[in-house]
Design a protein around this ligand. Sequence first.
Ligand code: AMP
Ligand code: GLY
Length: 422
Amino acid sequence: MKVMVVGSGGREYSIGLALKKDPNVTELFFAPGNGATSQLGRNVSYRTYEELAAYAKENGVELTVVGPETALVEGIVDCFRAHGLVIFGASKAAARLEGSKIFMKNFLSRYAIPTARYIETSDVKQANDFIDTLALPIVVKADGLCAGKGVIIAKSYAEAKEAVSDMLSGKSFGDAGRGVVVEEFLDGYELSVFVVCDGKDYKILPAAQDHKRLLDNDEGPNTGGMGAYAPTPLIDATLYKKVEERVVKPTLLGMQQENTPFEGVLFIGLMIVKNEPIVLEYNVRFGDPECEILMPLLKTPASELFYKAATGDLKNLTIEFLDRFAVAVVMASENYPYSSSKPSEILIDQNAHSELEHTHISYAGVSEEDGKLYATGGRVLLCVGVGESIKEARDRAYLLCGQVHFAGKQFRNDIAYQALRQ
Ligand code: AMP
Ligand code: GLY
């Protein structure tokens, strides 16, 4: 089977790695890919989804897997389907679950799915009145896609009100901030639950935990994610059941009722408060870095999972995962997440890969020139370790971190700490 992966990050690289080792896959394409995906398959540049769909048709691509939310929200799935192509991902209508926080919050309340108490508005006074009823800190969210930056956790009433007025005036996020959600702060621990769906049936993947803050001990600014591990012991069978009954089932039923059945992978960001799952957000795609630890654990051939989900055939799939743990540590460039850094060459100790079984690198913000790889993005690459325990996987990932070099590299030293201190 010829498969195309849309996107250019570590998430797409890890999907590519899983497809590469799948015996059903004969050829791989990445659109647009990065400086390292060209070692796994062919990088394809494109301007429009129409153009990419035409390319996929001409080249006999039988399955396309979409990584990033932007493409989904912009309607890549609808476009490919109109051309009769098989594509794994959410339709434009279903992608509103991530594309609009107002849509998401109203959806949650329509179907009585637990979420933080909120107001959605584009009126400053209404927002401020609600702010005055909340305890500190207060959460303010821009409605539209803001590359993970549209959430402000305000420590004072003044800060919350300023965030609202900066958003509504268009000052902070342009049109994406013309509507806001203001909500109560939830104090608990976060979990990422991924559900592969075909519109009717679903498969829940092992729960993962991301580390959003830049620095150890969850300090510093929020980032796209600095590392993750799975499966996490922070969820047990009882909590899984609650998540399935109170969140997964009503979400998928709700989407069916609204004639926008959910297909692709639903990423449910949960805050667990006193053992109760509360939805922080939905995303309509794999998390990054969570994908980089779920893919190496997947035992079922990746092409079968994505193809069956994309063709409404999940009921005929038994999804299997290795009885192992995976830990991924993100190596970011010097100025991440504030600004870009000067490109620097990536050097890997010569015997790293041969000596370190059960580890690999998932490449993200890299480019290639004359056979050399350069760190060019914010999140440059991930060191992934797989092991019989979280500790073993973590130790392997960090061993690899010590063998990868580029100027200004930064990474957290405490990925998986919550699981290891249990
Ligand atoms: P979101 O994009 O909505 O997931 O928000 C990004 C991050 O902000 C989440 O991963 C949480 O760490 C934090 N966050 C969002 N909403 C809340 C909330 N109501 N209470 C506490 N933290 C929140
Ligand atoms: N890891 C969080 C995200 O992908 O949004």
